[in-house]
Ligand binder design. Structure first.
Ligand code: SF4
Length: 737
């Protein structure tokens, strides 16, 4: 049974979200901390350096960490307030068992009893229905050691193919496109290359709110004379100051990229030598963009032809450039093709693998990069190896001390796992650091599936909305309660340092996973005594792979303020910039800088396909979703931090004045937004900074405020990312709630 034990308001009254504020020791400015811990902010993929001030096992404040090169002490509002998640009144201090008679629907139980119950339920379900009847959902905010352990736990201990992670909802379209074009999934350049770019092109990335410190790099580039092009359905804060803003109709990114490439070819703004020496497939792509005349591109994208021509000329004639994108082009049922279209523009320009010539996706989740490299993806083994590759299976099985034939086959993506719950194939679930009820599309379906589970165990530090459906809750660890490495958006591996001990009965997540393995009497491979021991094994498991971490140690990472992977040996300096001419990699073996046997990058035909659900007479408006600066992902942490909630207490719907007039909506009115899947009533923000055919809702909230009640579960056929950025809705004015 995984239904809510008591009404949601009773759960909220007991487990929150309640708001933390600076009180007690945190207000005493004269207090000397017991220690100052250099670590990183957990609230986005930038992973800014920060120093936490600790007194009596409590984080009481922070200091900037000026020496850390990425952010040099700068922090955004989330980073400044992140210390308020520690010693929080909602912190889970015990294991809990579902009990409708207990306050809030859950009663505390002894940790050991909870572990025994989890093991016996796994044993029961797997002996009755097979190993695949139990699935795991993991998280991209976990350290690399934990992410690695989760992949190993699913395959070796549970022997289930069904594990996937919440990065599936974040960067996987970019990851798949990068693998197709470059053979490797990592930002091609360190952010320092942004400073030397003549043109910075940003597509589908609300940089100032979602990757705030990157804004500083863009501003510095502009101070050096760079031109900034921003493509977005909303005039984002960065868009308000750019040189050229292209107001793209949601879901048409690939049409724009193809149109730009068409003009590059027409005007011969191409690097012929680079295309000849370092790529394959250009002719086919050139033929495919022939129909994308400026007129057709303008008609499909909704961008004036004049602006398209200006953008093409700026991009086409630049000597150096940096193209960045984020979820705005990736969260689509054709997200991979969107990214391939962007990459084609970069390859045709020849501006990659050199100083000031770059390309990157801006990773969103805390360990969004490292979390997608070492085996918690449904089809992946450590070192970015492939689960369906016999040599890769052989290598990892050897490190794990098992027969390769005992490794399960590739599994399915997270949404497909929920469909398997629906089909009765998956009956039990373990989730860690994942709140699918808020973060997956069509959340009514997700809620029904959680209810349908025979057994659900959630590991987390706060009781998130999904965990409210659990039978057992195990109290895991906060970012500052454990150590390990993560990899930032740049590809820089950095060290998270422990600042405080886990409170109460809470445990480090890797201990909990191992305790379950021990209780299942399947301890082989789960006897690590520390994250350092896990990293030691991971180094060998990743060795020789594309994501080679063999040369990475805690000492080296701390000494050098991070190490860019690949780093195949301890004496190797790491690889800040990929694809430099003459560089060596284990796939090309010296034949070229890209990660294919011939060393050449691949042009890929990027096909335009309309979104899965277009507006029509019944649902005439496009809904697009995204983030705000004050909140992080499903809001489990930031909806509990008082000053961040003060700044943005509730979701809203952004509406252009022309659209608002059609529905008689004024700024501040309540509006009901309705899709074929659900409804949401929110305050209208009437703004001129959004296209008149589109509304925007941030997605960090749960229940009746959840944008994902409206979104569609259409997925990209390659990456399986859901189409969060386009669905059809209608609006109506609502009575005040
Ligand atoms: S930019 Fe990201 S990592 Fe840096 S302080 Fe803000 S939320 Fe934290």
């Amino acid at each position: 049974m995984a239904t809510l034990p008591v009404p949601p308001q009773e759960i909220r009254a007991r487990f929150g979200p309640h708001l933390s504020r600076s009180t007690g020791m945190r207000l005493d400015t004269g207090l000397s901390p017991d220690k100052v811990v250099k670590t990183h902010c957990c609230f986005c993929g930038q992973q800014c350096g920060i120093q936490l001030l600790v007194k009596e096992n409590q984080v009481i404040g922070f200091e900037p960490w000026m020496e850390f090169p990425f952010n040099e002490g700068k922090l955004c509002p989330k980073g400044i307030k992140r210390y308020l998640q520690d010693a929080h009144p909602d912190r889970l201090l015990h294991a809990y068992e579902r009990d409708p008679s207990a306050p809030g629907g859950f009663k505390p139980i002894a940790y050991e009893a909870a572990i025994r119950r989890v093991a016996s339920e796994i044993e029961r379900l797997q002996s009755q229905h097979g190993h695949q009847a139990f699935a795991c959902l993991s998280g991209a905010s976990l350290t690399i050691e934990k992410a690695y352990l989760m992949g190993k736990f699913a395959r070796v201990c549970l022997q289930t193919p069904y594990i996937d992670y919440n990065g599936r909802l974040c960067m996987v379209s970019a990851a798949a496109a990068n693998k197709k074009a470059f053979g490797i999934d990592r930002a091609a350049n360190p952010w320092s290359d942004i400073l030397r770019a003549e043109v910075v092109w940003i597509s589908g990335a609300n940089v100032a709110e979602c990757a705030p410190i990157t804004t500083d790099y863009v501003w510095q580039a502009r101070e050096h004379g760079a031109k900034l092009i921003v493509v977005d359905p909303r005039i984002t804060p960065l868009g308000r100051t750019c040189d050229l803003f292209l107001p793209l109709k949601p879901g048409r990114d690939v049409a724009l990229f193809n149109g730009i490439l068409h003009l590059m070819i027409e005007h011969d703004w191409l690097d012929h030598a680079f295309i000849r020496d370092y790529t394959v497939g250009f002719d086919q792509v050139a033929a495919s963009v022939k129909p994308w005349t400026p007129q057709r591109t303008a008609q499909v994208t909704g961008i004036a032809e004049r602006l398209i021509r200006q953008a093409a000329e700026l991009w086409g004639t630049a000597r150096t450039s940096f193209l960045m994108h984020a979820r705005g082009i990736e969260h689509h049922s054709h997200g991979v093709h969107n990214c391939l279209g962007a990459i084609n523009m970069v390859l045709a320009s020849g501006r990659i693998g050199r100083e000031g010539c770059g390309y990157a996706t801006i990773t969103g989740q805390g360990n969004g990069q490292g979390g997608r490299e070492h085996g918690q993806k449904c089809d992946q083994l450590p070192g970015a190896r492939d689960l369906d590759n016999p040599e890769h299976r052989e290598h990892v099985a050897r490190v794990w001390g098992i027969d390769p034939d005992d490794l399960p086959p590739p599994g399915v993506d997270v949404y497909e796992i929920f469909r398997k719950i629906d089909a009765g194939e998956v009956k039990g679930l373990l989730s860690i650091c994942f709140n699918p009820l808020v973060s997956l599309p069509d959340s009514h379906f997700v809620s029904r599936m959680l209810d349908k589970l025979e057994f659900y165990v959630a590991i987390d530090f706060f009781l998130n909305e999904s965990a409210q459906h659990a039978d057992i809750i195990l109290p895991g660890s906060l970012h500052e309660e454990d150590e390990g490495i993560v990899t930032s958006a740049e590809g820089r591996v950095i060290k998270i340092n422990k600042a405080v001990d886990c409170p109460g009965e809470a445990r480090e997540d890797w201990r909990i996973i191992q305790d379950i393995a021990q209780a299942l009497k399947r301890p082989h491979g789960f006897t690590f005594a520390s994250p350092a021991e896990i990293l030691e094994e991971l180094r060998h498991a990743s060795r020789g792979g594309v994501a080679d971490y063999y040369g990475i140690t805690y000492d080296k990472v701390e000494r050098e303020y991070g190490v860019f992977w690949p780093c195949p040996a301890e004496e190797h300096p790491g690889t800040p910039r990929l694809f430099e001419p003459g560089s060596w990699n284990p796939v090309a073996q010296g034949r070229g800088p890209f990660y294919f046997p011939d060393g050449k990058a691949r042009f890929n035909v990027a096909e335009y396909t309309p979104p899965a659900e277009e507006p029509d007479a019944e649902y005439p408006v496009i809904l697009t979703t995204g983030r705000v600066i004050s909140h992080f992902l499903s809001g489990t942490q930031t909806r509990r931090i008082g000053p961040l909630v003060d700044h943005c207490p509730e979701p809203f719907v952004e509406v252009h004045p022309q659209l608002a007039a059609k529905f008689d909506l004024a700024d501040g009115d309540w509006a009901t937004v309705e899709s074929r899947r659900g409804t949401c009533t929110l305050k209208a923000h009437v703004v001129k900074t959004i296209r008149p055919d589109t509304v925007f809702i941030p997605y960090h909230w749960a229940g009746e405020q959840s944008a994902n009640r409206l979104t569609i579960a259409a997925q990209d056929p390659i990456s399986k990312i859901p189409e969060y950025k386009v669905c059809a809705v209608r609006l109506k004015k609502a009575d005040r709630q």
